[in-house]
Design a protein around this ligand. Structure first.
Ligand code: SF4
Ligand code: SF4
Length: 413
């Protein structure tokens, strides 16, 4: 796509990157077919090709309006379009560039600005969010239905392994996961311990920064990345094998650190090393598949009534990290029988803060996803991302678990 950037973009790093991305797009429109918002709304401007045009126009000097911003706001950042695109258009990067420009040119006001400010400041602050979540959990039965659906019941991380191992891996605790689903990292810690690996969390690390990036607070998101790198660095230098991500949304974002910090000379090399060391927990466990297989041989068989499972592959796992089929293989090896899930490439509507900011579209996607997941009458739904877990559980009575919790339970049987 031929592009003539306006002066304010032409000689910037973001401008050069946007031009490169735009040049790859051949307007074929294949991506619209797999875009969840285009499927629901039927408007070209609510699909990837339309949004690419909007961003191109803005970068060429057209004045964006609130309508431009709305079409960009409605994008889930699910990256399904990237998976479909035959030309390798890196849409999500273009979206980030476009959103940052539009945000500055069309500032928000009123309730929208307030809500985004609240989310930006509350979610990444682990202690404050944890206290708010605890309060919500203590009065959960009294909460109105919509709010109750976003507050999981109080739970614990379970027993912590007492052994130490020479092999160490660094886990990201994250921002909302420790208070919403503490057992996810608890289960990962126990499974890794059985495999002879000690999982450690770096004090000082916190939110990966995805929340702030998706709310267009790019500089604050860079600060999150710098703080995490500083916290992880001593452990990497001391010989930790890798960084383990138990939330695919966080893992997908940490892989962007080198790009995010490309203009910060103090962090470019460190960020590249962090990216190189980052693994999703499914990749870590798959690398230990032989050891896991022998442990599973000594487990009690899974009862028939618990065998059927529907796996929800989060967008961040399949489109962001491009990990497909890995978790499914691990669950099958653990004795589960996976039920078919139609349209598994489509987003569940959680998408970070999307379910709060675009509740109607989010709800429609949740209903569709739950219908697809429960069509095979599974005993349990498994996911790989904290946001999806909470969002899905808010709409179904079928238990929604992180798959590593299920592996942990199998190894304990
Ligand atoms: S599929 Fe790729 S090349 Fe085709 S319109 Fe979409 S982004 Fe452009
Ligand atoms: S990221 Fe998802 S919602 Fe956004 S344009 Fe691409 S497919 Fe559509």
């Amino acid at each position: 796509m031929e592009t003539h950037l306006a002066d304010f973009m032409r000689h910037t790093t973001a401008g050069r990157e946007a031009e490169e991305i735009l040049r790859r797009c051949v307007h074929c429109g294949f991506c619209t077919a797999t875009c969840p918002t285009y499927q629901l709304l039927g408007d070209e401007l609510d699909g990837p090709r339309g949004r690419i045009y909007l961003i191109k126009q803005v970068l060429e000097g057209a004045e964006p309006t609130e309508k431009t911003r709305l079409h960009l706001d409605r994008c889930l950042s699910c990256r399904s379009c990237e998976t479909t695109c035959p030309s390798g258009v890196h849409y999500s990067r273009l979206l980030d560039i476009g959103r940052e420009v539009v945000e500055k040119k069309v500032p928000r006001a009123g309730g929208d600005a307030f809500m985004r400010g609240l989310l930006k400041n509350l979610l990444p602050r682990t202690t404050v969010f944890g206290a708010a979540m605890k309060l919500g959990q203590s009065v959960r039965p009294l909460l109105p239905g919509a709010l109750r659906a976003k507050v999981p019941p109080l739970s614990s991380a379970g027993p912590a392994p007492q052994r130490s191992h020479a092999r160490k891996m660094i886990a990201l605790a994250g921002c909302v996961q420790p208070s919403m689903y503490p057992n996810v990292n608890g289960a990962a810690r126990r499974v890794l311990d059985r495999l002879g690996i000690q999982m450690v969390e770096a004090s000082g690390a916190g939110c990966c920064g995805a929340v702030r990036l998706h709310l267009n607070a790019v500089e604050a998101s860079r600060d999150d990345a710098r703080r995490n790198i500083d916290a992880w660095w001593p452990l990497l230098e001391a010989g930790a094998e890798c960084l383990v991500m138990t939330a695919s949304g966080c893992g997908s974002h940490v892989l962007e650190y080198a790009h995010l910090l490309q203009e910060d000379p103090d962090y470019t090399v460190k960020a590249a090393r962090v990216v190189f060391a980052t693994r999703d927990i499914s990749e870590v466990i798959t690398a230990e598949a032989a050891a896991l297989g022998s442990l599973l041989q000594h487990c009690a068989p899974l009862p028939e009534s618990q065998k059927s499972l529907a796996f929800q592959s989060p967008c961040s796992l399949q489109h962001g990290l491009k990990i497909r089929g890995t978790v499914e293989s691990l669950l099958t090896a653990a004795g589960y029988i996976l039920t078919p899930v139609a349209d598994s490439h489509l987003c569940c509507g959680s998408a970070g803060t999307y379910s709060v900011l675009q509740p109607e579209i989010s709800k429609r996607l949740q209903v569709n996803k739950i219908a697809a997941l429960t069509a095979g009458r599974p005993a349990v739904i498994a996911s790989a991302n904290v946001g999806c877990m909470g969002h899905l559980q808010g709409g179904t009575a079928v238990p929604v678990r992180h798959w590593i919790e299920l592996i942990d339970e199998r190894l304990s049987s």
